[in-house]
Ligand binder design. Structure first.
Ligand code: ADP
Length: 454
């Protein structure tokens, strides 16, 4: 596909002078791109082998704080270095930035050069490798929903994040007229990401004023997570270049619908869909049923990886298309898990729990781990639910707060076995820290409610 470059292609472009900058990046715990901007000549001559970064980058928060309590790094250990090892199979153009290419890195231990176990790419790689030993390839797609705003990030920050105006005046779900008005931003987003080698399928208006969705063609899990991460960063950059802001905060206003990131999942064997069984009414193989049983049973264990912030939990509200229950159904958008493409080779499960703030490496790693457990234990899938699942009192709930999801993560024997105790402890600390930070802040809501009347 256009946009992907081999290392030799990159070298030729650097010699021709059409590329002068290489972004050397990795995905952090929050799913952001972190790294350095290299002069392209330096990159192709030496730094392609490796570069370095401070190891606090995988033990920080959105504010770049240095929280205590991480075993992997600390002030006491001196916050040393990690190796950033460019994965030369990920070199691509970034057409929205002049003369620039990008490469993604794996994060390695400075001394042993082993993968850092809690680095998001390594965590996903580990689960993909487990499936590989079973002869299976996970094919995944993560949808990206976000809101566009009238003003830029900087203007909004200077205004104290108040009086936010989405770019459109009304619910634009599937609207052509309103989305035509946004083509000045959305067309460059689609085309620039496509030009970066990301197989964009389409964009559409979503079910709220100013809300957008981008769909990317399904692909092997690591590609899917790389695409998502680059696309999210690119969308913010392209919106910023046009003087607007794009937010992936799952719930920017309590009266507005939230943004999700649904994850479509299927397993393949030898290039054939292993979830498909032509003899089954719904086209579901036994393998798919076991995978889904694990996915559903362990949803509380991995909810943190789908909803990592305080704000993430504000999205889980009845009647908003954001699910609250860990059940499955056939083409029904009120359940946490929706069967799509039933009775076809495209049969797959869509997890609808994740918010637009999820880190796609972590979310996929955790869900694959749950699915693998379902397959290993030949877990049995309950029958599908029907109707309005929000009102189904028998269906179990997903954890409704970050505090609850932290405890289900901490106590997950499944994730501990699949990912390692050190990794689960690391992310449990990450979750605790987010809660601690929120708990010490006095919010506008408390002041307005209680200042006079309490
Ligand atoms: P929706 O109605 O949820 O928007 P779409 O038909 O647009 O559903 O598909 C959503 C996503 O599912 C797309 O990104 C598509 O590439 C992906 N998809 C299609 N087939 C599969 C599959 N077999 N496995 C995983 N993802 C798939």
């Amino acid at each position: 596909m256009t946009g992907k470059l081999s290392f030799d292609d990159l070298k030729s472009r650097v010699t021709e002078g059409t590329i002068d900058t290489v972004l050397v990046c990795f995905a952090d715990m929050q799913g952001r791109l972190m790294g350095k901007r290299f002069h392209a000549v330096n990159f192709v001559e030496t730094s392609f082998a490796e570069t370095h970064c401070c190891n606090y980058l995988l033990a920080t928060d959105l504010e770049m704080a240095t929280p205590d309590g991480y075993a992997a790094t600390s002030w006491r250990s001196g916050y040393g270095d990690y190796v950033m090892k460019p994965d030369l199979d990920t070199i691509r153009l970034t057409p929205w930035l002049d003369g620039t290419a990008m490469v993604l890195c794996d994060v390695l231990d400075h001394h042993t050069h082993d993968a850092v176990p809690h680095s998001p790419r390594a965590m996903l790689q580990k689960q993909v490798a487990r499936l590989e030993t079973m002869g299976l390839t996970p094919m995944m797609a993560t949808e990206l929903e976000f809101f566009l705003f009238e003003k830029s990030f900087d203007a909004i920050r200077k205004d104290g994040f108040r009086d936010l105006e989405p770019i459109s005046g009304y619910n634009e779900d599937y609207h052509i007229l309103q989305t035509t008005k946004e083509e000045g931003i959305m067309r460059p987003i689609r085309n620039h990401l496509f030009g970066a080698g990301i197989p964009i399928e389409n964009s559409k208006g979503e079910a709220e004023a100013g809300q957008e969705e981008i769909n990317i063609r399904y692909s092997p899990a690591m590609d899917c997570a790389d695409y998502h991460t680059i696309a999210k960063n690119g969308i913010k950059e392209i919106a910023w270049m046009h003087g607007h802001a794009a937010t992936f905060l799952p719930k920017w206003h309590h009266d507005r619908v939230g943004s999700s990131s649904h994850v479509h999942q299927s397993l393949w064997r030898d290039g054939e869909p292993a979830f498909y069984d032509a003899d089954d009414d719904l086209g579901m193989s036994d393998l798919m049923r076991h995978y889904m049983a694990g996915l559903i049973a362990y949803a509380p264990d991995y909810t943190f990886f789908l909803a990592p912030y305080i704000n993430s939990y504000k999205r889980f509200a009845k009647g908003t298309f954001a699910p609250t229950k860990t059940v499955w159904s056939v083409d029904n958008r009120t359940a946490g898990f929706r069967l799509c493409g039933e009775a076809t080779r495209g049969v797959r499960v869509e997890c609808r729990i994740g918010g637009s703030d999820l880190n796609p490496y972590l979310a996929q790693a955790a869900m694959l781990a749950a699915g693998i457990k379902g397959i290993e234990d030949k877990m049995e899938l309950a029958p599908p639910t029907r109707g309005d699942v929000y009102e189904d009192a028998k269906a179990s709930d997903i954890p409704r707060t970050l505090r609850a999801a932290t405890e289900t993560l901490r106590g997950s024997a499944m994730l501990r076995a699949a990912m390692g105790d050190d990794v689960v402890d690391h992310y449990t600390r990450c979750a605790e820290w987010e809660q601690e930070e929120f708990d010490r802040v006095v919010t506008d809501w408390e002041i307005a409610r209680g200042f006079e009347r309490a």
